[in-house]
Write a protein that binds this ligand. Structure first.
Ligand SMILES: Nc1ncnc2c1ncn2[C@@H]1O[C@H](COP(=O)(O)OP(=O)(O)OP(=O)(O)O)[C@@H](O)[C@H]1O
Ligand SMILES: NCC(=O)N[C@@H]1O[C@H](COP(=O)([O-])[O-])[C@@H](O)[C@H]1O
Ligand SMILES: [Mg+2]
Length: 413
């Protein structure tokens, strides 16, 4: 039998590793999960980390860990029944989401909701919700399961377009198709990187955007008598991506009042539709001259902290991880304050290595206002994100220069 969820005015938890402990089961134990785990532990929550491989980043700081395939419903159910968590907190998209729906029906609490995890696991679910049910502006798109459907989709959408497996993240399996010569390779790559033969692809019209941002949006229902559910926004985060994966991010990203209002409207609509509590990373493309009326396109949303939001570890009074933990634990959010302009720059592996070593850390930290986060991933392979450099500056430009300088000084062997 599941535990009863907290009632308003009744946030109760006890001591980790005792019968009274409030337990969080983290499904996914990467770099983002590690920060969620640390914030939860600071608030006296017991954390159990799960992932498909041993010694994943969050496992190194959690109270306990389990290694299992999170795409296997049976294994997921088993670990939930064994650990009896108060909160099931997805950290990756690739989960047995049908099992999460069953578990929720039995009374277990899935963050933000089991349906949100199902819709966002699959690009088709979230895209149809955003564009067809909510009427939000998106790139034009088609889905395809066979090569014939794929060619039809390309013909309808036109070139250039972006091809992605419906289930993937961090740009895996994603291609920009510029000319007819790129069409075959994009299909093959999407299938290689996707999961299994049931894979489908999305073909999206290429949006020639000016800026892309992540709008971190928090839905909170503080468990205090009389408190009302609220939506909070962090200042927008600008970012630069290569091959579908983020390379650097900065906060704030300067937007006109009108454009920011459009962004917030879209973020509110999609997060209200997904429901539940927690922090969401709403990805938006902004097109057009910043001095004129701009068009904002919804791209996708993570129902959890976002990689580009790692900058908030230095740039805000509360990081995206602390905000997530507060929201899901039923605690108030208070005022989100930007401290100074900040930036992040990723540290990627250049070679494959088991138990990689790092040099240049001392030199990196001579960069003013910089900090480093090395994730402790046990294995490296080319382009795997192994760490991130963070920096503050008087301006966003200065913070970006510093973060990149700091990241570039770290060498992995
Ligand atoms: N339709 C598009 N038009 C222009 N650029 C695009 C389009 N789709 C994706 N991109 C670019 O590729 C990046 C990654 O795309 P997307 O967010 O869909 O991939 P992802 O694999 O879900 O990545 P993540 O998991 O890191 O969010 C975007 O941030 C954007 O820079
Ligand atoms: N864009 C999604 C994202 O940033 N997810 C983050 O990367 C980890 C997987 O890293 P890995 O592929 O190196 O194991 C995930 O666990 C999560 O922390
Ligand atoms: Mg994305």
């Amino acid at each position: 039998m599941a535990k009863v969820a907290d009632q308003p005015g009744n946030v109760v938890w006890g001591t980790p590793l005792s019968a009274s402990g409030k337990r969080m089961l983290l499904l996914g134990s990467g770099e983002l999960g590690r920060e969620v785990a640390l914030e939860a532990i600071r608030l006296g929550i017991e954390v159990i980390a799960v992932d498909a491989y041993a010694n994943a980043p969050a496992m190194q700081v959690a109270h306990r860990a389990h290694v299992l395939s999170m795409l296997d419903g049976q294994s997921l159910k088993q670990v939930v029944e064994q650990e009896r968590p108060d909160l099931i907190v997805p950290e990756v998209e690739a989960l047995a989401t049908e099992t999460l729906i069953e578990l929720e029906t039995e009374g277990w609490r899935v963050i933000p909701t089991a349906l949100a995890t199902r819709l966002t696991m699959d690009r088709e679910g979230i895209r149809r919700l955003a564009a067809e049910e909510l009427g939000l502006p998106t790139s034009p798109y088609r889905f395809a399961a066979t090569e014939t459907e794929y060619r039809d989709a390309i013909a309808t959408i036109g070139l250039p377009c972006v091809v992605k497996p419906v289930m993937s993240s961090s740009g895996k399996g994603q291609s920009l198709v510029k000319t007819a010569a790129d069409v075959d390779a994009a299909w093959t790559y999407a299938f290689e990187a996707g999961r299994g033969k049931d894979q489908r692809v999305i073909v999206e019209g290429f949006v020639d955007f000016d800026t892309e941002i992540t709008l971190l949006t928090v839905r909170s229902h503080p468990q205090i008598a009389g408190a009302t559910p609220t939506t909070h926004f962090c200042p927008p985060i600008g970012h630069r991506q290569e091959a579908g994966d983020y390379r650097e991010s900065w906060q704030p990203c300067g937007l006109s009042v009108e454009t920011l209002a459009q962004c917030q409207q879209i973020a509110k609509a999609i997060t209200d539709a997904l429901g539940g509590v927690g922090l969401f990373g709403v990805e938006l493309f902004i097109a057009g001259d910043p001095t004129q009326e701009q068009t904002v396109y919804f791209s996708e949303v993570s129902p959890r902290p976002h990689d580009t939001g790692m900058v908030t570890m230095v740039s805000q009074n509360m990081s995206e991880f602390e905000l997530h933990v507060r929201a899901i634990a039923g605690l108030p959010i208070g005022e989100i304050e930007q401290i100074r302009p900040g930036a992040s720059a990723v540290i990627l592996a250049s070679v494959a290595s088991n138990g990689p070593t790092f040099t240049g850390i001392a030199e990196a930290l001579t960069v003013p206002s910089s900090k480093l986060r090395l994730f402790g991933k046990p294995r490296a392979y080319p382009n795997r994100r192994m760490g991130v450099a963070l920096a503050l500056g008087d301006t966003v430009e200065q913070a970006r220069d510093r973060a990149q300088d700091c990241a570039a000084r770290v060498k992995m062997h």
